[in-house]
Ligand binder design. Structure first.
Ligand SMILES: Cc1ncc(COP(=O)(O)O)c(C=O)c1O
Length: 406
């Protein structure tokens, strides 16, 4: 490998909640009542950032820009838009993306809220496939919207599929006109096939549902899987979708802030731009702008290719380790993202323990994982595998010795 995915970074005290919160003795009440016992180093497997250094072009670009000691008001350069357009063309086969279709958003979740504000009145219902990323639930709760769940169903191979019948019934009977679509899907790890998105968007066309497509995970797809932008499946989909993107998940840049929306529909675009501007909070950061340009580069592409190989290795290892050692824990290999969603229902039943006990046992031995319930997984755990492989191995050995014990 050309880039470093094996060194264990010491992130403690380096602005990383991934390690700082569990290290502080669970001060923010994140992890049941568990504390990491002495003698176990923290293995951060919860919040969705990575324990890898980003592509070197990013810190280089930030340092270079920072050396020019003036950081006044600015507008994004042509390089910024060119970088995004080129990235979308080369990564997802996007055609016809122009600078005017691209608009700045501080964060993807903030962009999702802005989009839903222009599509929904307070009290309106929004349809979403569950399990869901926890942030969507917060968005709905904080803004007075009703999230209607369209549960995914696992087929005979364990692949999560959309239940189109349930979707159509709910959309038509509950008069729903807004949807959040997470593509690739966190936490189910699906990279939706084109036909699946087409079928979904056909239902949304039929019932006039506008779609906020969160594609923050678009670059993290495993071999054999390819991301299809929702807006690319038909002309109608292009016009009824507000899509959200960012380099943050791909390149580990969440702390820098800097996302963007893509909107082809001129009416929605104007409303979206207005919603973003009205708060006067939605302002670009000069360093993150340079970071995006440096990330969406040929070196960035090479780095992401290697990253996906590393993630794929970790996912393969984790899934086969679980299948061989933790009978009753169900999971399927994600096609994208670096998140594994563990269904512990059967294991808990046969061992007469609850999911809190499982989660606590892990945290006590430094395996910092996340309760699946806020993601709508009743007896589930969400596990982040964006770590050097040696740490993944160590985590699973601890799980075998201390958590999933017979
Ligand atoms: C699907 C999805 N959307 C949005 C976010 C958060 O993005 P941001 O930090 O840009 O708001 C995450 C983070 O995990 C996510 O998984």
């Amino acid at each position: 490998m050309k880039y470093d995915f094996t060194t264990i970074m010491d992130r403690l005290g380096k602005d990383a909640i991934a390690v700082d919160i569990p290290h502080s003795g669970n001060a923010e009440g994140f992890f049941a009542d568990a504390r990491v016992k002495d003698g176990f180093r923290i293995i951060p497997m919860w919040v969705a950032d990575m324990n890898f250094p980003t592509v070197p072009t990013v810190p280089q670009a930030i340092i270079e820009r920072a050396e020019h000691p003036a950081y006044g008001y600015f507008r994004p350069s042509k390089d910024y838009f060119d970088a995004i357009i080129r990235w979308h063309e080369e990564s997802y086969g996007t055609a016809g993306l122009t600078p005017e279709c691209i608009g700045y958003e501080n964060g993807v979740l903030g962009g999702v809220v802005s989009a839903l504000r222009i599509l929904c009145q307070p009290g309106d219902s929004i349809i979403i496939q569950s399990p869901t990323y926890i942030g969507f639930t917060h968005c709905a709760e904080d803004n007075g919207w009703n999230l209607v769940l369209n549960p995914l169903i696992q087929d005979e191979k364990g692949i999560w599929r959309i239940d189109y019948e349930d979707l159509e019934k709910k959309v038509s009977q509950q008069d729903i006109h807004a949807a959040i679509f997470c593509s690739p899907h966190n936490p189910a790890g699906r990279v939706w096939e084109k036909w699946e998105i087409e079928k979904l968007m056909e239902i949304y066309r039929k019932y006039n549902v506008y779609v906020v497509s969160d594609e923050i995970w678009a670059d993290l797809t495993m071999p054999g899987h390819h991301h299809t932008p929702t807006q690319m499946v038909s002309e109608d989909a292009r016009m009824r979708t507000i899509a959200m993107y960012a380099p943050s998940k791909t390149f580990n840049l969440a702390g820098l802030v800097g996302s963007y929306h893509v909107v082809y529909n001129p009416y929605l675009r104007s409303r979206m731009t207005q919603a973003g501007a009205a708060t006067h909070y939605n302002m670009m950061n000069v360093l993150s702008t340079h970071a995006l340009i440096a990330a969406y580069s040929p070196e960035g592409r090479e780095w992401v290719d290697e990253l996906c190989q590393v993630l794929n290795g970790n996912l393969d290892y984790a899934v086969s380790y679980i299948n061989e050692n933790f009978k009753g824990v169900k999971t399927s290999k994600p096609e994208g993202t670096y998140m594994l969603f563990l269904d512990c229902t059967e294991w808990c039943r046969t061992h007469d323990v609850d999911i809190d006990t499982i989660q606590k046992r892990g945290i006590e031995v430094g395996v910092i994982w996340q309760d699946g319930r806020p993601f709508h997984g009743d007896c589930h755990i969400r596990l982040n595998l964006a770590l050097p492989h040696s740490l993944v191995v160590e985590a699973f050995e601890r799980m075998k010795k201390y958590v999933f014990t017979e």
